[in-house]
Write a protein that binds this ligand. Structure first.
Ligand code: COA
Length: 371
């Protein structure tokens, strides 16, 4: 039996949802190049593509947007629960708990199939997060239904209580496209493992949120922002990063298990970060610091930024508080997770690998009285 620590390089299953091929231009969702999807489509089209297997036509897209809009309302019992969850909780805990609670209040059933659950979660994650965030900070009980017909526009509109600037809205929309799917990453694999036991949809998504939360995975975008904000100037950043590397610390937002030379998603988000940063002095300062960190990491470690690094600047420039960064990743990746759960169910075999035993040699039990 072959063994690779962290399952590096192991093919653990088949998928028709996305493909990583660094040599052939990076990442594709169901055959479409990701950079082309970012130029020519919207997040709702990509969500539809991942879940239903094809890009929607105009009528399908209009109907899908309406479906998602109708699903933004939260059940009364969930709103009450959100009011009880502490203000100090991390928003990721809040999304994990909300998913689990929805699985109790409105479980999967023959009347509420897996597509209905996937769409409800996609439509209501922003509602859960913002209802809780605004209730505990402004004391308002918001109406989560909102008028904006895109998830990105709705999120920014409700968060800031005003119509978002179009450049900000589109930047967030593109980041949601970039975060939507990435084959057998840790959280998706978690979802597939749970689905492979024939467990329910909400359990698989709840587990995936838990896996995504860690700083080696989705939590890296929040850690990257904290890093960028630590330094006032590029020179300060260079000195700080060199010291961190000397201390053998990991620099969040750099490196990748699968990509060895560059993360193709980073090139796209970096251009949006540059565009948004140019709109203010603070943005220009942040971008200069980030570019210096990138240069030092390339020079010293031959490491490149991953999607999380410049996403942090995009979100910060959109006025999004840092604790909401990883939850935005959830709002997007729930599409990929859902597609994978459905795919796993359609071709299921329980996922149960083996391990290399490193414990004590066989030994006899000493009776309790003599231990
Ligand atoms: N900062 C500093 N060194 C890094 C690094 C980083 N961000 N990422 C990798 N390295 C170094 C490791 O220290 C290791 O060096 P060594 O061989 O001298 O011990 C080498 O590069 C290989 O890294 P490793 O952690 O074994 O790679 P992995 O494939 O197990 O992990 C990541 C991949 C993404 C978890 C890892 O690169 C990382 O922790 N990055 C920071 C977190 C992050 O941005 N996560 C989001 C991923 S999209």
């Amino acid at each position: 039996m072959s063994y690779a620590k962290g399952l590096e390089g192991i093919i653990a299953g088949e998928t028709a949802i996305s493909q990583i091929n660094e040599e052939a231009g990076g990442l594709r969702y169901r055959g479409y190049a990701l950079n082309e999807l970012c130029e020519k489509s919207t997040f709702e089209e990509v969500a539809f593509l991942l879940l239903y297997g094809h890009l929607p036509n105009r009528a399908e897209l209009a109907a899908y947007r309406q479906t998602l809009l109708n699903l933004r309302a939260l059940p009364e019992r969930l709103r009450l629960l959100l009011e009880q969850l502490p203000k100090e909780a991390h928003p990721m805990d809040l999304l994990r708990t909300s998913t689990s609670a929805l699985g109790c209040f409105e479980p999967e059933s023959p009347q509420r199939d897996q597509y209905a659950i996937a769409n409800q979660l996609l439509a209501s994650f922003a509602s859960c997060m913002l209802y809780w965030w605004i209730f505990h900070r402004d004391g308002r009980r918001i109406d989560t239904r909102g008028g904006d017909d895109t998830i990105a526009g709705h999120f920014l509109h409700v968060l800031h209580n005003k119509t978002p600037d179009e450049t900000h809205r589109r930047a967030l929309d593109v980041s949601l496209i970039l975060y939507a799917e990435h084959e057998f990453n840790a959280s998706t694999f978690t979802a597939r493992v749970i689905a492979s036991t024939l467990s329910d949809f909400h359990s698989a998504i709840t587990g995936a949120i838990g896996a995504l939360r860690g700083p080696l995975h989705g939590g890296a975008n929040e850690a990257a922002m904290e890093l960028i904000q630590r330094y006032r100037t590029p020179d300060e950043a260079e000195a700080g990063i060199l010291q961190s590397l000397k201390n053998k610390e990991k620099i969040m937002g750099f490196g990748h298990r699968v990509y060895k030379h560059s993360d193709p998603r980073s090139d796209v988000i970096k251009e949006w970060a540059r565009k948004l940063a140019a709109m203010s002095e603070e943005g220009q300062r942040q971008f200069a610091v980030a570019e210096r960190i990138e240069a030092v990491m390339r020079r010293e470690k031959n490491l490149f930024p991953n999607l999380d690094f410049y996403s942090a600047i995009v979100y910060n420039r959109c006025g999004i508080p840092t604790p909401l960064f990883t939850p935005l990743f959830v709002m997007s990746r729930v599409t990929g997770w859902s597609a994978h759960i459905m795919e796993q169910r359609a071709q299921n075999r329980i996922i149960r690998p083996s391990s290399e035993y490193t414990g004590p040699a066989p030994r006899a039990i000493i009776p309790l009285a003599q231990r």
